[in-house]
Design a protein around this ligand. Structure first.
Ligand code: 13P
Length: 288
């Protein structure tokens, strides 16, 4: 199956009360890991690409070609969306032109009026091409690829304004941050999430900063309408830990242990394991 928009998989998830994982990709190994884990779990999946990761992988066209080639090579049968994460206005348009099936336009750092106006334009451009759109209200805290957010808690009425523009899914800041949570983190503002759900109706909601949120809190958020959960840092941490272990055990010094296909294998397997655990937690296994 080729790339699909995230719309159908998220409407189904919202209706049936589970969440689809967005796993951010960084290179060939990451794409392999996320696709094979999702296929094994029979789960729909969203591959997230930040603008920085897009540049790292030598451009959006390369990303599209790599992902499409792998869908074919592995004979992937589960629905897969290729999604721009925290896109700028120009970035969202460039990804649509390059063949992405889904984009996020993050206008949370603009005034609500400008966010509405720019989101509306992207929605129109995307809708004409069958592409799903994620919008954001209330920036997510922490730093991701140079995008720094202060961690605002979204205003439910502003969420309604953006939700009504015909977006596919809505990300709202509810005390979540990218990267590791500090020890004194107060947890997700589930009270705010509830209010957002009340005004946004059946709109699939997106939870960013999926790394390090306690399992029960993740399940509570899903029960309140979260249908897409983004995970990035956790995969990076397990990849780095497994690679570190391999090198510290001097495995690169034995035989052809320095071969990148061997050197990167434990990290890749660690990403597969983490993606499978998240799919289990989010409830999307066997939902393809
Ligand atoms: P983490 O890096 O905290 O898992 O967040 C990922 C994310 O929200 C991508 O948009």
């Amino acid at each position: 199956m080729g790339l699909v928009s995230a719309k159908e998989m998220l409407i189904k998830a919202r209706k049936e009360g589970y969440a689809v994982g967005q796993f951010n990709i960084n290179n060939l190994e990451w794409i392999k890991a996320v696709l094979t884990a999702s296929e094994e779990m029979k789960s729909p999946v969203i591959l997230g690409v930040s603008e920085g990761a897009g540049k790292y992988m030598t451009g959006y066209k390369t990303v599209v070609a790599m992902v499409e080639g792998m869908l074919d090579f592995y004979n992937i049968t589960v629905p897969v969306a290729l999604h721009l994460d925290h896109g700028s206005f120009e970035g969202a348009k460039a990804c649509i032109e390059a063949g992405f099936s889904s984009v996020m336009f993050d206008g949370s750092h603009y005034s609500i009026e400008e966010n509405v106006q720019k989101t509306k334009e992207i929605v129109k451009y995307a809708a004409e091409r069958g592409i799903s759109v994620e919008a954001e209200v209330g920036s997510i805290g922490g730093e991701e690829d140079g995008v720094v957010g202060g961690g605002e808690v979204a205003d439910p009425m502003e969420c309604k304004m953006i939700a009504d523009l015909g977006v596919t899914m809505l990300a709202a800041g509810i005390g979540n941050i990218h990267g590791k949570y500090p020890a004194n983190w107060q947890g997700l503002r589930l009270d705010v999430l509830k209010k957002i759900q009340e005004v946004a109706g059946i709109m699939p909601l997106v939870l960013h900063g999926g790394t390090g949120i306690p399992d029960q809190m993740v399940k509570d958020a899903i029960a309140l309408g979260v249908s897409k959960i983004n995970v990035n840092t956790e995969c990076q941490l397990v990849f780095a830990a497994a690679t570190r272990e391999y090198i510290l055990a001097d495995k690169d010094l034995v035989g052809k242990g320095f071969d990148p296909r061997k050197l990167l294998a434990p990290g890749t397997q660690a990403v597969i394991n983490t993606v499978k655990e998240k799919i289990e937690l989010f409830g999307s296994a066997n939902k393809a």
